[in-house]
Each structure stands twice: as C-alpha cells, then as structure tokens.
Design a protein around this ligand. Structure first.
Ligand code: ZN
Ligand code: FE
Length: 264
C-alpha cells in the first residue's frame, strides 16, 4: 500500500479553460468542482488515488457535470451550498461551517460568496503557513466572475471577504482567464507597476503552456481591479471612459467596472 504524504493539489484541466482541483495525500483524494468525470478518473488512475469526497462551489454545469459518473464509481459524500439548487448535494453547507474532508487530514471553512450565483460558496484552508482558497467562479486571477444572479453589491462584498484572507493564501479559481483579465486590468490601471510585472510573468507562463493558477491573495490585492475599485486611478479610468459620473459610490464603481469588462 502507498504511503500517505502531505496534502497537495493536482491541477486537472477540463473543457476549454476550466481547472478541476484534486486534493490528495498520495492515497485518498477529494475533488473540487468536477465539471467532467473523465479527466478526474484518469488522474485518479494515474496517481493511484481513491476518491473520498466531492466538493462543489455552485450549480453551473461546468462545475458539477461529472458528479453522477463519479458517484457511479465511488460512494462518497457530496458537499455543496445549501441553496444553489444542486440536487446531488448530500451535505449542505452554510457560512461558518467547517468541512472535515473524509479520508484526508483536511479541514475547510465555508464562506458564502453570492454574486456569480446566489448560493455560491468558497472553501478555505486555514492551516498556519498553508492557506488555500477554492473560490469557483467568484475571484479569478486578475478578475472576477460574471454577475449571473447576484447584484454588484453582493459580489463586491463577497470579493472583500476573500480579499481579507491572509496575503499568502493560494487562490485556486476554476478558470484560466488570467491574460484576458490582465489586459483589461492594464486598461484600467496603466500606471500599476505590479500589474505590468504580473502581465510579463503570466504571459511567460502561458507561452510555456503552464497554468497561471493558483494565484495568491496578496498578488490579487495588488493587481486585480475588482479588488481595487476604490483606487483613484481606477475611478479616473472609469470616469475617462464615460462609465462613471462624479460622486459615485464604491459599489457603483464596482458595477461600472464589471459592465466595462463585459464588453471589453
Ligand atoms: Zn459558473
Ligand atoms: Fe465556470
């Protein structure tokens, strides 16, 4: 039998630009947002892992589509949001819950982060020195999810919650949208040096066909316009683009930023 190791996270690409996350200790594994079962079954086989849990962030098909096929192979609990309309969920979660992940030495705290969908949740590992965030389609590297169900105020509050996590928190979001997000970010903050540096780094990774995810909360705070809508340069760019009137509130700035990105 294989020896159990420290926890690590495997990146499992799926579809055009999704990342499915497989948390494992060399023996057991928990999957986050298995939109497709085939690449997860392949990764489990390659690494000799047994699936012990499924964790879901929200109801969209590219995040839950593989659940039935995985349950056919593995009788495991399905953790997910209480109120996002996912029938497959067997352990319904609310803000402040802690998931003790079966088979792994892993506890994940639950944050409610409405906006992309109304019931969207995120999972946080708070082990000292090992901070992880699985945030689905809420916070992206350099951007944020579209507002399909929630209001700008809800999404802004959700992102603030995530931005308040420790700087060294690794951000495991569900899509590789980084370069497109950073092109928009540079239009919004042309004077942000950390952002220009990041664009160089992430472009090099993509040229080498490497993922830009995970990111970190510190890097997002320094470069992600959807965490920086209170910055004077962001407000000035919104105004110059004709997208914001004088005297606007921060939430109005956030909403204008999200609308601008939709058509950028
Ligand atoms: Zn989604
Ligand atoms: Fe998605």
């Amino acid at each position: 039998t294989a020896a159990r190791n420290d926890l690590s996270v495997l990146t499992v690409p799926a579809f055009k630009d999704n990342y499915l996350w497989l948390i494992h200790d060399g023996v057991h594994a928990a999957v986050v947002d298995p939109g497709d079962a085939a690449p997860i079954l392949a990764a489990l086989a390659t690494h000799g892992l047994t699936l012990t849990a499924i964790l879901l962030t929200h109801h969209h098909a590219d995040h839950i589509g593989g659940v039935p096929a995985l349950l056919n192979r593995f009788k495991v609990p399905v953790f997910g949001p209480r109120s996002d309309g996912i029938d497959a969920v067997t352990v319904a979660l609310d803000e402040g819950d802690t998931v003790t992940v079966p088979g792994l030495d892993l506890a994940l705290d639950v944050l409610e982060v409405p906006g992309h969908t109304l019931g969207h949740i995120a999972y946080v590992r708070r082990t000292p020195g090992l901070h992880w965030l699985f945030c689905g389609d809420t916070l992206f590297a350099g951007g944020c999810g579209r507002l399909f169900e929630g209001t700008p105020a809800q999404m802004a509050a959700s992102l603030e919650k995530l931005a308040a996590l420790p700087e060294d928190t690794e951000v495991y979001c569900a899509h590789e949208y980084t370069l497109s997000n950073l092109r928009f970010a540079l239009a919004v903050e042309p004077g942000n040096e950390a952002l220009a540096l990041r664009m160089r780094d992430e472009s090099a990774k993509r040229a080498a066909e490497l993922p830009t995810v995970p990111s970190s909360i510190g890097l997002e705070r320094r470069t992600n316009p959807f965490l920086r809508y209170r910055e004077p340069e962001v407000m000035e760019s919104l105004t110059a683009a004709g997208r914001l009137a004088g005297g606007a509130t921060p939430v109005q700035a956030f909403a204008a930023l999200r609308e601008w990105k939709n058509v950028f």
